[in-house]
Design a protein around this ligand. Structure first.
Ligand SMILES: Nc1ncnc2c1ncn2[C@@H]1O[C@H](COP(=O)(O)OP(=O)(O)O)[C@@H](O)[C@H]1O
Ligand SMILES: [Mg+2]
Length: 229
């Protein structure tokens, strides 16, 4: 099992008032699975992603990723897990504007101390994989939104993560670029990458092995009811 979330609760505090946002969330992800998470705005999707993504810790309960309990790690160890085990794709590509596509993709390898030549080779290979071999030396402002998102995907997978986390990766794209990005995720999953993706699109979610539905901080595996709503 790659990920096991056990009775995960997350409260936010407003002054002294605690607001429960995730309520006893339980789910497991096996290596190689493609999981979609759906739910209305404000239901706790990003909060859950932040816990799995080592950007925050649960108020109670455990997230065990790749055998390590994420609620018990130092911030230094969390940063290492983010760099070594996880890849992230968000709604916005958030590329560094002063770096070329190739340099942006190579960045996670720089953080882990890979040498320059290997960084460039690996980054170039990833850009070929996402169909941008002819855009390697372009700056972000010379690329379309869909191309920027494909650069962000290349950056997310350059370190060969065990788990790819995507929070509405097509949310800011036109439908054609969105379809291209979805095809890419399907291809990556076919190559063995485990994916957890937040999406608003039932069409996208149907491609996943499993759909999880979150409402008011309560997570359920979508049955027929969930699919129809
Ligand atoms: N840092 C925070 N402090 C207080 N409340 C927060 C914080 N982040 C999110 N929330 C609240 O938690 C709930 C879930 O937010 P979020 O996980 O971002 O939802 P979603 O991604 O499903 O739209 C919302 O009601 C939001 O207002
Ligand atoms: Mg969100």
């Amino acid at each position: 099992m790659l990920l096991n979330c056990i009775d995960v609760c997350k409260d936010y505090y407003r002054g002294k008032l605690s607001v429960p946002v995730l309520k006893n969330v339980n789910f497991q992800v096996e290596s190689g699975e493609y999981i979609a998470i759906m739910g209305p705005s404000g239901s706790g999707k990003t909060t859950l992603m932040n816990l799995i993504g080592c950007l925050d810790v649960p108020t109670s309960g455990q997230c065990i990723l790749n055998g390590e309990d994420l609620s018990r790690q130092s911030s230094r160890k969390m940063a290492i897990i983010r760099n070594r085990v996880l890849g992230f794709v968000f709604q916005q590509a958030d590329l560094l504007p002063g770096l070329t596509a190739l340099e942006n993709v190579a960045l996670p390898l720089l953080y882990r101390g890979t040498g320059k030549r290997e960084r460039r080779e690996r980054a170039a290979e990833m850009l070929r994989k996402v169909g941008l071999e002819d855009r390697m030396e372009f700056l972000p402002n010379q690329l379309s939104g869909g191309q920027c998102q494909r650069v962000a995907i290349a950056r997310a997978i350059v370190g060969a993560p065990k788990l790819l986390l995507a929070d509405e990766p097509t949310g800011a794209l036109d439908s054609k670029s969105g379809e291209q990005v979805m095809r890419l995720f399907r291809q990556l999953n076919g190559e063995g990458i485990t994916i957890i993706m937040i999406t608003h699109s039932m069409e996208v979610a149907r491609e996943a092995d499993k759909i999880l539905f979150i409402r008011d901080g309560v997570l359920t595996e979508a049955g027929e009811e969930g699919i129809q709503s």
